[in-house]
Design a protein around this ligand. Structure first.
Ligand code: PEP
Ligand code: MG
Length: 585
């Protein structure tokens, strides 16, 4: 019988294949009480399993390419967890005092730790409990004599090519996801996981279709069953009938064809039909992402989210380490501009040592945190200034809400210059300073910022969150999160118009800029600098090449007068379906 499950599509794409169920090892452990004479042997068996998993992680780390910094960070986190005395000594004492078998002792200890994580206010830290569970699963698999690696075909998927296998798991540790690179599985679906989980972040960066949060998928999907995974819509179809299958096969082929055709656009100049030059910039999280930006012909880096260099570690990166990271990006972009956003920590991206606030999204986040930690901020600014010797660098301040923050940042940059001069360290001097317009206050009182900044960039992700009072990471209100809400569009239009009037360059670096369905809307609103995930650049370029901004502008002006979101959507659909040469008719 055919049926459908709905989850959270965290990585786009369509996959058709056979289910390969990965067991949730912690659910399957036996509960034994051992005789006293066996207890020390059991402790030794446990220690050996931990040792083997440690070796396995080390081996995986060694196999990783230079470019897999993100993966390496995940493995490091798992290795650290494996060294945590709470996780390792607890089970040993349970074996010795209560006579539990090693697997059961470990699961009990894991449950206790997970409860501690559940008590954290900070959603990011809460989600890290998944890492503990994943490490425990590895040790249990080792104890039970099974390989923790995916890639072993089950009986029912034997003989099926890997490209046609879809992994169905309760959860997938990022270290297992590495195997997707080796094995080329078609997709994965999991019972648990939120849009900000490590697994989701990795899936996107690896461009594997993925749907998470399916709750109970492992119970209803059988090994070897035929599945369609629609990562765009977050839908899984189990045992699809021939008609649905045919439809999806067609869509899949079309997507593949379109993707390969798009590659031809890499070198095409980003010009509209009426010869307006549009800048297509890349958003990156780590220095290695520069390759993807170049592969897709990016005009520069429009947003380097440097806070990712600070996550999953016990100490903040040193000035030299940050300098190396920024230099790599600047040199990699070979003369093209690089916008380095100062770390936007806080909210969902907290440092381990950060205190959790009552309402972190409204708390000490972004520039507020930076200015309250001048030593840490100074290190970053010096590192950026040093890297600016190798190409055009611009500094972008996240979360500005008042002009004192801009003035204080300028003063901090000046102090960083003086420090470097005193230390006789070379640095680049010609640095522009920009601010993110992502808090409604900054959009509404735009002029006072424009007077002080060399450029601005609209962060539509946060602008939507703060305008509508919808937590962008909360699944429960995800249906109300709407960047096309008239209030959000008004603030964007106001910012674009105000910046243009003052002659201050303005870009959008939120998710909106990478959505090809909104390219014409944004062009018509006056946007000329788009910054997005590298994989979105060519699709957006395709829209640009077939658009005429002179014709779009009056249509979009009319659209912006609408106050019904349904009508706004309908008009956007019309903008997109109208052939370019008849847009104005
Ligand atoms: C935004 O808020 O739109 C943005 C680009 O920044 P981030 O998603 O990193 O908050
Ligand atoms: Mg933001």
């Amino acid at each position: 019988m055919s049926f459908t499950l709905h989850g959270l599509g965290v990585s786009g794409g369509i996959a058709i294949g056979q289910a390969q169920l990965l067991s949730h090892a912690t659910l399957e452990v036996s509960h034994l009480t051992l005789p006293t004479r066996q207890l020390e042997k059991e402790v030794a068996r446990f220690e050996k399993a931990v040792e083997r998993v440690r070796d396995e992680l080390e081996g995986l780390r060694g196999e990783l390419a230079e470019s897999a910094a993100e993966m390496r960070a995940f493995i490091d986190v798992h290795t650290l967890i494996l060294q945590d005395p709470e996780l390792i000594d607890g089970p040993k004492s349970l074996i010795r005092t209560r006579g539990c078998n090693a697997e059961w002792a470990l699961v009990q200890q894991m449950d206790a730790l997970v409860k501690q994580f559940d008590a954290f206010d900070d959603p990011y830290l809460r989600e890290r409990k998944a890492d503990v569970v994943q490490v425990v699963e590895r040790v249990i698999k080792e104890l039970m004599g099974r390989s923790g690696k995916i890639g072993r075909a089950s009986k029912s998927t034997k003989g099926v090519k890997e490209e046609e296998q879809i992994i169905v798991a309760h959860d997938l540790p990022p270290s297992d996801l590495i195997s997707f690179k080796e094995h080329r599985f078609a997709a994965f679906v999991t019972d648990v996981g939120g849009a900000t989980s490590h697994t989701a972040i990795l899936a996107r960066s690896m461009a594997i279709p993925a749907v998470v949060g399916l709750r109970g998928a492992r119970e209803v999907i059988k090994d070897g069953e035929l599945l369609i995974v629609d990562g765009f819509r977050g839908v899984i179809i189990i045992n699809p009938d021939e008609r649905v299958l045919e439809e999806y096969r067609l869509r899949k082929t079309q997507i593949e064809l379109e993707r390969s055709k798009l590659k031809r656009l890499k070198k095409a100049e980003s010009l509209t039909l009426d010869d307006v030059r549009i800048d297509l910039l890349a958003n990156i999280e780590l220095p290695d992402d520069v390759q993807a930006a170049k592969d897709n012909g990016a005009d520069g880096i429009g947003l380097f989210r440097t806070e990712f260099l600070f996550l999953n570690r016990r100490e903040i990166p040193s000035e030299d380490e940050q300098y190396e990271a920024y230099r790599k990006v600047v040199k990699g972009m070979a003369g093209k501009p690089v916008v380095i956003r100062t770390y936007d920590l806080g909210a969902d991206k907290t440092l381990d040592q950060a205190r959790s606030a009552t309402n972190p999204a409204l708390g000490r986040r972004g520039i507020r945190l930076s200015l309250s930690e001048p030593a840490m901020f100074g290190i970053q600014l010096r590192a950026i200034l040093r890297a600016a010797r190798f190409g055009p660098v611009r500094i972008l301040i996240p979360m500005i809400s008042n002009v004192q923050e801009v003035d204080a940042t300028r003063a901090m940059i000046e102090r960083a210059r003086e420090d470097l001069r005193d230390r006789r360290i070379a640095y680049g001097d010609d640095i522009q300073l920009g601010g993110m317009i992502e808090i409604p206050a900054a959009a509404l009182a735009l002029n006072m910022f424009l007077k002080r900044l060399d450029f601005v960039s609209i962060g539509t992700n946060d602008l939507t969150q703060y305008t509508l009072a919808i937590d962008r990471g909360d699944e429960e209100v995800a249906d109300l999160y709407d960047s096309l809400h008239p209030a959000v569009l008004m603030l964007i239009a106001h910012t674009l118009a105000g910046a243009e009037k003052s002659g201050v360059p303005v870009s959008i670096c939120g998710e909106l800029a990478g959505n090809p369905k909104l390219t014409r809307l944004l062009l018509g609103m006056g946007l000329r600098h788009f910054s997005m995930h590298p994989s979105q650049i060519l699709e957006v370029k395709q829209q640009i090449l077939t658009s005429d901004v002179g014709q779009l502008a009056p249509m979009v002006r009319k659209l912006l007068r609408l106050d019904d979101p349904a009508q706004i959507r309908e008009q956007i659909r019309r903008l997109n379906s109208t052939p370019a040469d008849s847009l104005a008719r």
